[in-house]
Ligand binder design. Structure first.
Ligand code: GLA
Ligand code: ZN
Length: 667
């Protein structure tokens, strides 16, 4: 597809309003030195541009924009609504949130407006419109950035009222609502809409029960909360659109962030953008998975809106990025579909809780730093790469299902095992494909499954209407599906599908499970494949009966020794694999290797390599990205010998060595 941008946007959050003007000119010089071609501005300037309820003052913002234009910088223009001005919270306390404990908040912090406050909505919408009227026509404004990192929850009375309205729309009658929430349990029957309260610590919230006594209510609250914030986003977007019909609109997302249903959000966004903050110990494969997820939201290239050039401040241990690491991480984003490389932030602030957050320009204020040097080197490279990779596709034969409602539901369950975490389970499967350089799409439950040779649906606990049928059709026509424990358990309201697990997936899987054993961290079981090899398993063990499927591994200990742990069923022209327990890594590798072979899914490189390899394509053009995230030197696979490395302009030598954090783009 055609990219939204003319070149790779290279820049990031820039807050000149925090600095005296002498510094601005200096900034412009330094940006040029680093080949920074854009700035994201006005992210937290509401108090500056609207100093009181009646007064707007765009004078400083005008000057900032003029200066950036004069210096030929693209502008990502934020609407500033992520942090409320003090006057607003003072005059309208209902704009602040009430937390899970029921405490109503005062002015302070950010990202904390009640999404159902009409006052907040009114002023946020007005501000967005005024900004669009004043700046929307400018060529320099290449993207709108609404709010900032939407998230959190509010349990105030306005939200409670809005929740009732939302529920009426969803259920129509109290009878339907009571049935959905299974309120006969503990006699919580609702007889009047006004009896409904938000599920927080003062009501259904329970610490010992994964947060809730009624998961059905809490899942509906999560849907409602995500929708409420999305309504805020849409309101600002529409305010901008009423004036500026063209400039793409985004808001910065946060990867696998739990609270917002990003697949639903992405439908309302012109382009997805996200903030990538791996910790020193985040597996590289998890970052890759999040990039793929962000690309998957729209199946389109995305923006890397934020990353730190060097260091964070909000993690427990904020290690420096090693020489070369930031560059490699930036290319990793591009390798997975990013069309921009942006930082938080361009100049490090003097005060506030982010003064230790890394920036392109450090407290030393000079270009003579390691970090600046690395940013400048990358800037030069991206500039010479030009628009080659922009808008290119990332083809994949494997789809891994990711579903926010399922994420919420799975983690609201009380039992069987508190350690079961959604993202971790998805990542366990993703890791195999990552390590073997097999491209993956992260897909929603309503994806076009027919595009994939192999679909992996781990812990598909909540099976929505239509998903069973879509998966059955996919498999009948020859698709290969992998699912497993804690799948097919409940419907959309968190009530169990009766008749044995995995409920609606039973027919396809050719099995039914009777009980689920939970293993404590210090406990394991064993499984034995037909070739006699044994591996450990943990977390959960389904006790399975075959109904047409064959067992490909049995448990080898405990009272269910000899019963099936992993099964395979032929269904129509396809196959369904069911993994009834959490396999140790090498067992999952072995299994997925066989399944991938059977599904005719191929790695991008035939040789074994510690390098990460991805591909972006468009028409005749193919770009391979090679990155060395290992600690050792690695040899470039033979297939690339003689091909051109776009970053050096030279041909790749046979057996060329890549040092840790080295990158090649071959095309
Ligand atoms: C987030 C925010 C930024 C900044 C960075 C710091 O991504 O969007 O405003 O606070 O974190 O890492
Ligand atoms: Zn509220």
């Amino acid at each position: 597809m055609k990219s939204k941008f003319k070149h790779i946007i290279y820049g990031g959050d820039y807050n000149p309003n925090q600095w005296p003007e002498e510094i601005w000119e200096e900034d412009m010089k330094l940006f040029d030195k680093a080949r920074i071609n854009s700035a994201t501005i006005n992210v937290f300037s509401w108090a500056k541009i609207q100093p009181s309820e009646e007064q707007y003052d765009f004078e400083e913002l005008d000057r900032i924009i003029e200066m950036l234009e004069k210096n030929h910088k693209d502008i990502v223009l934020a609407t500033s609504t992520g942090a409320m001005p003090a006057w607003m919270v003072r005059k309208y306390p209902e704009t602040a949130r009430t937390d899970f404990e029921g405490r109503h908040h005062k002015f302070g912090q950010r990202h904390n407006a009640c999404p159902n406050s009409l006052v907040y909505q009114k002023y946020a919408g007005m501000l967005a419109k005024k900004l669009a009227e004043r700046y929307g026509h400018l060529d320099s404004v290449v993207c709108w950035h609404i709010n900032n990192e939407y998230g959190g929850e509010c349990f105030c009375e306005n939200c409670e009222k809005a929740f009732r309205v939302w529920l009426r729309e969803r259920y129509g009658t109290l009878e339907a609502l009571n049935e959905a929430w299974n309120t006969e349990f503990w006699g919580h029957t609702i007889y009047d809409w006004e009896e409904i309260v938000l599920p927080n610590a003062l009501s259904e919230g329970l610490e010992w029960c994964s947060g809730t006594a009624f998961a059905g209510i809490s899942i509906d609250y999560a849907r409602f909360n995500s929708d409420s914030m999305l309504a805020n986003f849409k309101m600002e977007r529409d305010a901008i659109r009423s004036v500026d019909k063209e400039t793409p609109v985004t808001t910065n997302l946060m990867g696998t962030f739990k609270q917002l249903d990003y697949f639903k959000w992405a439908k309302e966004m012109d382009i997805v953008s996200w903030d990538n903050y791996p910790a020193y110990d985040t597996p590289v494969s998890l970052t890759a998975m999040q990039h793929d997820l962000m690309r998957g939201l729209k199946q389109q290239p995305f923006m890397l809106m934020e990353q730190t050039p060097s260091q964070q401040n909000w993690q427990p241990y904020n290690s420096l990025k090693k020489p070369g690491q930031m560059r490699a991480q930036s290319y990793q984003a591009v390798a997975h579909g990013a069309d921009t490389v942006q930082f938080f932030q361009l100049r490090r602030s003097v005060g506030g809780c982010e003064k230790f957050h890394g920036a392109v320009i450090s407290h030393a204020g000079t270009h003579k730093t390691r970090v600046f040097g690395e940013v400048a080197q990358l800037g030069k490279e991206l500039e010479s790469l030009g628009d080659k990779t922009l808008g290119t596709d990332s083809p994949a034969d494997v789809g891994i299902l990711f579903d926010w409602e399922n994420y919420w539901a799975l983690e609201f369950t009380s039992g069987p095992n508190k350690d079961l975490k959604y993202v971790e389970q998805i990542h366990r499967h993703y890791r195999y494909f990552y390590e073997n350089n097999i491209p993956v799409d992260m897909i929603p439950r309503d994806a076009d499954f027919s595009k994939y040779k192999l679909i992996i649906a781990p812990v598909l606990y909540m099976v929505h209407k239509g998903v069973k049928e879509a998966l059955e059709t996919y498999v009948e026509k020859g698709g290969v599906l992998v699912t497993g424990f804690m799948s097919g358990i409940v419907g959309e309201s968190d009530n169990v599908y009766l008749g044995g697990y995995p409920g609606p997936l039973k027919d396809m899987a050719g099995i039914w499970a009777e009980e689920i054993d939970a293993l404590a961290p210090e406990q394991t079981n064993m499984i034995r494949f037909k070739d006699g090899t044994e591996y450990t398993c943990s977390m959960l063990c389904d006790i399975i009966h075959l109904e047409g499927a064959e067992s490909i591994a049995d448990y080898s200990s405990d009272f269910y020794a000899g019963t099936p742990a992993v099964t395979k069923n032929c269904y129509g022209k396809g196959k369904v694999y069911y993994i009834g327990t959490q396999l140790e890594e090498s067992a999952l590798d072995k299994l997925l290797e066989n399944i991938a072979r059977e599904a005719a899914v191929e790695s991008l490189v035939t040789e074994q390599t510690p390098l990460e390899v991805t591909v972006r394509k468009s028409g005749e053009d193919t770009y391979y990205f090679l990155m060395n995230f290992s600690r050792e030197e690695a040899v470039v696979p033979r297939m690339f010998g003689g091909m051109k490395n776009l970053l050096t302009g030279k041909a790749v030598a046979e057996q060329e060595i890549m040092k840790p954090y080295d990158v090649m783009i071959i095309g």
